[in-house]
Ligand binder design. Structure first.
Ligand code: F6R
Length: 245
């Protein structure tokens, strides 16, 4: 695990964008695993800047998103589909046929999830997976006590996650209680994982992930067993680990 403590969110976003861009430059048909949420917004902004400057093309890239809410219409302002198009896909040259986002409204979610994992494998696996982290150390929507080898599936969101995500909705009741999420087993098969975090509210989760034991109560702690993980945090999120690294 390599750990970068950056001076602020902007610096962290730029570093993550540079690493992701270097993957695409070295392998233009890279398979990207992408995250939503507030953490990667700055990184997506820098990727769009690189595209606009003619430094980067996504023409041959394929992408797989980590998760999507169940039963939220695709075009809802809070769907991860909307998020990805607004923050990235509408602004770059990715072929929309190559974009994969879990569909939270499918009739047969079990088949959908199996097919999602199969499609990732058939593409050759994810080259670089972007992750944020929950305050409870979830990755994707793999909440504490998730099974480490799980694949993509429908998950119940933890109360704390529903509360944290309610900042985007009008009321707590509007926040979906389930999501389709890549499993930790799916995530761990990625060749390179970049986990990003910023702000004081993530400091405890980052400490538990890096310093604590590997424990299903801290889903991100399993990343210690992955051969290539890059953790990029700002000073606030890294505050409790700086004396250990
Ligand atoms: C998003 C995802 C989640 C978020 C996490 C942090 O696709 O899978 O694990 O990365 O909840 O969210 P933010 O970045 O909003 O703090």
């Amino acid at each position: 695990m390599e750990i970068f403590i950056c001076k602020d969110y902007d610096h962290a976003s730029k570093l993550a964008a540079n690493i992701l861009a270097s993957h695409i430059l070295l392998k233009p048909d890279s398979i990207l695993g992408l995250a939503t949420g507030s953490t990667p917004v700055g990184m997506y902004k820098y990727l769009v800047e690189k595209f606009n400057a003619g430094e980067l093309s996504f023409k041959e890239v394929k992408s797989f998103n980590l998760d999507e809410y169940v039963k939220l219409p695709k075009d809802d302002v809070n769907s991860y589909y909307t998020f990805m198009y607004e923050n990235l896909f509408n602004h770059i040259d990715i072929d929309k046929e190559n974009v994969n986002i879990p569909d939270g409204n499918v009739v047969d979610p079990i088949k959908f999830c199996d097919d999602y994992d199969k499609k990732i494998d058939e593409c050759g696996g994810i080259d670089v997976q972007i992750l944020g982290i929950g305050q409870n150390a979830h990755i994707g929507f793999n909440e504490p006590d998730s099974v480490f080898y799980e694949k993509t599936r429908v998950v119940d969101l933890a109360e704390s996650t529903i509360k944290a995500n309610s900042r985007f909705f009008n009321t707590l009741e509007e926040v979906p209680t389930q999501a389709i999420s890549m499993g930790i087993g799916t995530i761990m098969k990625s060749k390179h994982i970049i986990l990003m975090a910023n702000g004081e509210s993530k400091a405890e989760a980052i400490k538990n992930m890096i310093v604590g034991d590997i424990d299903p109560k801290v889903p991100a702690s399993i990343l210690k067993l992955h051969p290539r993980v890059t953790v990029i945090v700002d000073e606030e999120a890294g505050a409790l680990v700086k004396d250990y690294i």
